[in-house]
Structure formats: C-alpha cells, structure tokens
Write a protein that binds this ligand. Structure first.
Ligand code: NAP
Length: 256
C-alpha cells in the first residue's frame, strides 16, 4: 500500500476507528469513514482534513445490506476503486449467558462478525480483478482469551479471526491480503455499553479467570499506529497476517 490510496474505515466515528482515520490521513491515504453517527463522522473528517489529509464521510450501518451497498456506491462515486477495507466497527452488549436475550446475541454477532464478512464479500471481487487490495480486521484478544460477560462478543471475534484466515488462504498469490490486528484493552467509548452497576462483579470475574491483569488501557492513537504500520507493509514475498498489541503492564494497580 502507498500514499493516496483509498482506505475504508468502518466504525470511524469514535475510538480506534477515528484515531485510525486521523493516522491514515496523516500518512497520505484518502480515508472513507463509515458509521451510524454521521455528525460524529463529519467531525472526524474535518479533523483529518484540517491536518492536511483527505476524508469522505458517509452513513454506514454494517448490519444492513442496503446501507453497505449505498455506502460503497458513495465511496466509489467519490473516489473510485477501494484499495483497502479496515473492518473496525464493533460493539459489546455485555451480559451473562443466563441473562442475555436473543437480540443481544444476534446484535453482537451481526455487528462484530457478519457485518465484517458481508462488507468484505462486497469489496473483494473488485480487488481480485485489480489484483490488489488489503482487508484488515480489527480483532480482539477476546478471540484467544475469552471473557465472562462477553460470550457473544468473544465468539464473534474468534469467528472473525477464522474468517480472516480462510480469506488469507483463498486470496493467496492474488495480490489481495487479509490481515488481523488483534487488540488488547484500549481506552475508548467501548466500555460505555457495559452495565455500570455490575462492573465490580465483572472485574472480579475477569481477575478470577486471569483475563484482567491490570487496569491499564492503551490510547486509541497507539493502536491506530499499529493498524497503519501493518497496512503500510509493502506487498512483497511476506507480510504480517496477524499482529497483536497489548498495553504494557502496571501490575501495581492490583497489588496496592
Ligand atoms: N476498546 C477496547 O478495549 C478494544 C479491545 C479489543 C478490540 N477492540 C475493537 O476495536 C474496534 C473499535 O472499538 P473501540 O474500542 O474504538 O470502541 P468505540 O469507540 O465504541 O467504537 C466503536 C465504533 O463502531 C461503530 N459501530 C458500532 N456498531 C456499528 C454498526 N452497526 N455499523 C457501523 N458502525 C458501527 C461505532 O459507530 P456508530 O455508533 O456511530 O455507528 C463506533 O465508531 C471494535 O471492533 C472492538 O471490538 C476494542
């Protein structure tokens, strides 16, 4: 990948997505931003442009086929073919399995897994035809270290890595790449969906199961840098198919 290429970032209205959009803009990519909160997207686009980058914002709900179609049509009409897709949109409707609803399960799977799969399917034929393109999945360490209260989210992120691997196999040698950036705890709005009253219970459970070692979250900008670095590796004989980023530990927070 190189400068001026068109990169779609889903879930670009906040957190890792907006930080990635800013980092891509600074690196000279043209960034197409998609999410449901359009006013927030416009603000992110303005930030990218005031830093000298190029941004295009358009509404996108990754759980809706018609929204995916109109989003991609708008990006192509504005800029032409898409060079890279960053599947970043995500959510986490935390609940114990025994307390969850069908709708919570469905929504987590549709947003985190099916949304990325269907959007990928939509951009892939053009990439294969052009013999170039990158699909980057923003994964989670929940895929390999699943968490209580996050059953559907963890299952979706594990499924996402399997999907990315199969895509990597199916596209080998075509000029199209499939890559996962597996992310550890990051300070974003992601935790806002968690039931605040149950947080002590949730954190205790995560400590018990060894999936929460400390309370240190990475800045979204640091994760964004890793995403852009991964995407920017030139297509040669080798490239990173899976990168994991974790915060440096500050165990003392638990020991005090
Ligand atoms: N924060 C962490 O600790 C952490 C750790 C590992 C992995 N991750 C992953 O990082 C990614 C970004 O999360 P974040 O931490 O940056 O959280 P965030 O600030 O809550 O951002 C989530 C983004 O996803 C978008 N989104 C949610 N549902 C969507 C839908 N149906 N269609 C389109 N966009 C949708 C949201 O935008 P709208 O609401 O405007 O649609 C928002 O821009 C997620 O895939 C998450 O799983 C985060």
């Amino acid at each position: 990948m190189g400068s001026n290429e068109v990169v779609v970032v889903t879930g670009a209205s906040s957190g890792i997505g907006s930080a990635t959009a800013a980092a891509l803009g600074q690196a000279g990519y043209r960034v197409a931003l998609g999410a449901r909160r359009v006013e927030r997207l416009e603000e992110v686009a303005q930030t990218v442009e005031s830093a000298g980058g190029s941004a295009f914002a358009h509404a996108l709900d990754v759980t809706e086929s018609s929204s995916q179609d109109s989003f991609l049509a708008a990006v192509r009409a504005h800029w032409g073919p898409i060079d890279a897709l960053i599947n970043n949109a995500g959510q986490n409707l935390s609940s114990l399995v025994a307390e969850a609803t069908d709708e919570q399960f469905r929504s987590d799977l549709e947003t985190n897994l099916l949304g990325a799969m269907t959007l990928t399917r939509r951009v892939l034929p053009e990439m294969l035809e052009r013999r170039r393109g990158d699909i980057l999945f923003v994964g989670s360490d929940s895929a390999t270290r699943p968490r209580t209260w996050q059953s559907a989210y963890s299952a979706a992120k594990a499924g996402l890595e399997i999907f990315a691997k199969v895509l990597e196999m199916e596209t080998e040698g075509t000029g199209v790449r499939s890559m996962v950036v597996r992310v550890g705890p990051t300070g974003t709005e992601f935790g806002n969906q968690m039931p605040k009253a149950r947080m002590p219970e949730i954190l205790e459970s995560w400590k018990y199961w060894g999936v929460l070692r400390h309370l240190h979250w990475m800045p979204a900008e640091r994760v964004a840098r890793t995403i852009v670095d991964t995407l920017s590796v030139p297509l040669e004989s080798a490239y990173p198919t899976l990168v994991e980023i974790q915060p440096g530990g500050r165990k003392r927070e638990f020991e005090s």
